[in-house]
Design a protein around this ligand. Structure first.
Ligand code: CDP
Length: 225
């Protein structure tokens, strides 16, 4: 069973998806983490001033996903666990830039499908193109949204918890610019699938948004979990 969750930056996708996966005993696949991992490779490349074209660096960089005993998803770049390193704001911005490339998307989508198809009893997948491109036949599709101001507030709080002090205005600007780039790109742009259910989380707490989606999963399963 595949539960597809798409939506703009900081709409609560990862927190919600992780909680739904826990609730249902599914794995959680964070596809943004994959693009972030390649973005980290590109940023390190830029910092080191290598002469090799960045495209080649990205083609060579190996992204792997593994699940710890507690079910937590970990992500690796050429064998190094980068699950924490990819959370810096500049990595998100770079991820948005490189994820516009069709060759990179093809590789990541193939990996996402492989993980998703092998997942038993199911997987909750979040991203931008999950219901439209990666798993167009997913029985449950959700488009998670929230007001820009609320999303900026959540992202700022998340960064603060990681010890990063960033102004609300700077966070708002970054989130807005990224949404625009994700919506306007030619390849797999962020959009709502025709058969997705919109869940606006502006005035919902995590528990409420999790319950709303768990209800959809039960409905899709004909009343069974
Ligand atoms: O956590 P947040 O919503 O800020 O971002 P993310 O899900 O980690 O994704 C980072 C960037 O990767 C996005 O802005 C997208 O440009 C890109 N992405 C994508 O193109 N397709 C996906 N399935 C997931 C992420």
């Amino acid at each position: 069973m595949i539960v597809a969750i798409d939506g703009p930056a900081a709409s609560g996708k990862s927190t919600t998806a992780r909680a739904i996966a826990d609730h249902l005993g599914f794995i959680y696949l964070d596809t943004g983490a994959m693009y972030r991992t390649l973005a980290l490779a590109a940023l390190r490349y830029a910092a080191a001033g290598w002469s090799e074209p960045v495209v080649q660096v990205l083609q060579k960089s190996e992204v792997e996903v593994a699940y710890a005993d507690d079910g937590e998803m970990r992500i690796f770049l050429d064998g190094e666990d980068v699950s924490e390193a990819i959370r810096q704001p500049e990595v998100g911005t770079m991820a948005s830039r490189i994820s516009a490339r069709a060759d990179i998307r093809d590789r990541m989508v193939a990996l996402q499908r492989k993980i998703g198809q092998a997942a038993e009893p199911g997987v909750v997948v979040d991203g931008r193109d999950i219901g439209t491109v990666v798993f167009p036949d997913a029985p449950v599709k959700v488009f998670l949204t929230a007001d820009l101001e609320e999303r900026a507030r959540r992202r700022q709080e998340e960064l603060q918890q990681q010890g990063q002090e960033v102004s609300r205005a700077a966070v708002r600007k970054e989130v807005k610019a990224r949404d625009r780039a994700d919506r306007e790109r030619a390849v797999a742009p962020l959009r709502q699938a025709a058969d997705a259910v919109v869940v606006d989380t502006t005035h919902l707490n995590v528990q409420e948004q999790v319950q709303a989606i768990v209800d959809l999963v039960h409905k899709a399963n004909g009343g069974h979990a």
